[in-house]
Design a protein around this ligand. Structure first.
Ligand code: NAD
Ligand code: DAU
Length: 353
C-alpha cells in the first residue's frame, strides 16, 4: 500500500480518488483535517476497505512511526501543507511548522523505515514530495519558463516554507540516499478546490451576487493545470521517476488573472444566467497582495520527455468541467463556508479598498 499525507485536501483527495479508480492498491491517508481538510471530499470511499483514513499531524513522529510499522507502505506521497499564500501573509507560523517541521518529521520517519528494509523492498521504496512552482520566484514578461535547474527565489512565507521543505528532501537524498522524487507544479484547479483560492472563490462569490475581488491590476500570470492531470503526473513519477530527480509539472497554459475571471463569468452567464445581468458587473479591483509574484510559467519538457506524461485536459475542457462541478455541488460549497471561512473572508478582504 501507499501512505498519502494531506489526502483530505484539494489535490490530495483528487489523488486518492483517482488512485483507487485506477488501481486496487490500498491507501493509508494521514490528514490533520485543518480548515482545508474535508472528509466530504472522500465520501464516495465510505466503506471501501482499500482506504484507511487516519486523522493526525505530520509533525507527530510517534504516529508516523506507528503507521510505517503497521502498514509497511512501499511509498509515501506527501501533499500535506499549509497552501494558501494570503494566509501565509497573515500568519506564517503554521506554514513553517507544517511545511518545514512536518516534512522534516516525515523524512526522518521514512528514513528509519527505509533503512530497516532489505532487497527489493528497500530498492523500490519512494518518498514523493509534492511542491510548487512558486519556489522559483517571479518571472518578467519575456523570461523563459521555469526549468528544474532554475534558482530558488521564493517571495512569500508560503513559498519560502515550501522551498525549505524541497531543500530538506534534496538533502535527505544526497546525504542519506533516501529514494526521493519531487514535483514542482503550477496552479491546479478543479473539483474540491477550497473557495479561498481564485477560481472557486470567484465562482462562489458570483453565484452569491458578491463582488469578485481582483488583486491589483489583475494582470498577474499563472499557469493553470486541471487537478487530475497533476495526479496523473505524480502517478507517472512514482512509477518511473528516478530517485533524486525533480520534475516540473504544468499545463502550458499561462493566463492573466483577469482573463480567468472573465472566462468564469462567461461560463456562468451561459450555464446559470443571472436575471440581474452578466456576472462581469461584479468584478471589483481591490488592493494588491503584498509581495505579489507577477508571473509563473512552467517548462514541463522533462517530465514529457522522460516519463511520457502529457495533460489530458485543455483549459477550455477543464474550466468548463470545474464550473459544472461547482454548480452541481452547491451543498459542498455551503458546508465549507462555515463560520471559520467567514472569519477568513473578513480578515483578508475587509481591509482592501
Ligand atoms: P489544501 O490546503 O487544499 O490541502 C492541504 C491538506 O493538508 C488538508 O487536507 C489539510 O488538512 C492537510 N494538513 C495541513 N496541515 C497538516 C498537518 N500538520 N498534518 C497533516 N495534515 C495536514 O492544499 P492543496 O491545494 O491540495 O495542496 C496540496 C499540496 O500541493 C501542497 O503541498 C501544496 O504546496 C502543493 N501544491 C498545490 C498547488 C495548488 O495549486 N493548489 C500547486 C502546486 C503544488
Ligand atoms: O503556483 C502554485 C500555487 O498556486 C500553489 O503552490 C498554492 O498552494 C496555490 O494556492 C496557488 O497559489 P496562488 O497564490 O497562485 O493561488 P491563488 O488562487 O490564491 O491566487 C491566484 C492568483 O489570483 C494570484 O495572482 C492572486 C490572485 N487573486 C487571488 C484571490 C484569492 C485575486 O486576484 N483575488 C483573490 O481573491
Amino acid at each position: 500500500m501507499i501512505l498519502v499525507t494531506g489526502g483530505a485536501g484539494f489535490i490530495g483527495a483528487n489523488f486518492v480518488l483517482d488512485w483507487l479508480r485506477t488501481s486496487d492498491e490500498p491507501v493509508v491517508n494521514l490528514d490533520a483535517l485543518t480548515y482545508a481538510g474535508n472528509l466530504e471530499n472522500l465520501a464516495s470511499l465510505k466503506g471501501d476497505p482499500r482506504h484507511v483514513f487516519v486523522q493526525g499531524d505530520i509533525c507527530d513522529r510517534a504516529l508516523i512511526d506507528r503507521l510505517f510499522a503497521e502498514h509497511q507502505p512501499r511509498a509515501i506521497v506527501h501533499f500535506a501543507a499549509e497552501s494558501h499564500v494570503d494566509r501565509s501573509i497573515h500568519g506564517p507560523g503554521d506554514f513553517v511548522r507544517t511545511n518545514v517541521n512536518g516534512t522534516f518529521t516525515l523524512l526522518e520517519a521514512a528514513r528509519g523505515h527505509w533503512m530497516s528494509l532489505e532487497g527489493e523492498a528497500r530498492a523500490g521504496f519512494r518518498f514523493h514530495h509534492v511542491s510548487t512552482d512558486e519556489v522559483y520566484g517571479s518571472l518578467g514578461p519575456t523570461d523563459p519558463a521555469f526549468t528544474e535547474t532554475k534558482t530558488y527565489e521564493p517571495n512569500s512565507p508560503y513559498s519560502a516554507s515550501k522551498a525549505a521543505s524541497d531543500h530538506l528532501v534534496r538533502a535527505w537524498h544526497h546525504t542519506y540516499g533516501l529514494p526521493v522524487t519531487t514535483s514542482n507544479c503550477s496552479n491546479n484547479y478543479g473539483p474540491y478546490h477550497f473557495p479561498e483560492k481564485l477560481i472557486p472563490l470567484m465562482i462562489a462569490n458570483a453565484l452569491a451576487g458578491k463582488p469578485l475581488p481582483v488583486y491589483g491590476d489583475g494582470m498577474q500570470i499563472r499557469d493553470w493545470l486541471f487537478v487530475t492531470d497533476h495526479c496523473s503526473a505524480i502517478r507517472a513519477i512514482l512509477a518511473n521517476g528516478t530517485p533524486g530527480e525533480v520534475y516540473n509539472v504544468g499545463g502550458w497554459n499561462e493566463k492573466p488573472n483577469i482573463e480567468i475571471v472573465n472566462t468564469l463569468c462567461a461560463l456562468l452567464d451561459e450555464l446559470k444566467p443571472d436575471p440581474a445581468g452578466s456576472y462581469r458587473r461584479l468584478i471589483t479591483y481591490v488592493t494588491d497582495r503584498p509581495g505579489h509574484d507577477r508571473r509563473y510559467a512552467i517548462d514541463a519538457r522533462k517530465i514529457e520527455r522522460e516519463l511520457g506524461w502529457r495533460p489530458a485536459e485543455t483549459f477550455d475542457t477543464g474550466i468548463r468541467k470545474t464550473v459544472e462541478w461547482y454548480l452541481a455541488n452547491q451543498d459542498w460549497v455551503a458546508h465549507v463556508q462555515s463560520g471559520a471561512y467567514r472569519d477568513w473572508v473578513e480578515k483578508n478582504y475587509a481591509g482592501r479598498e
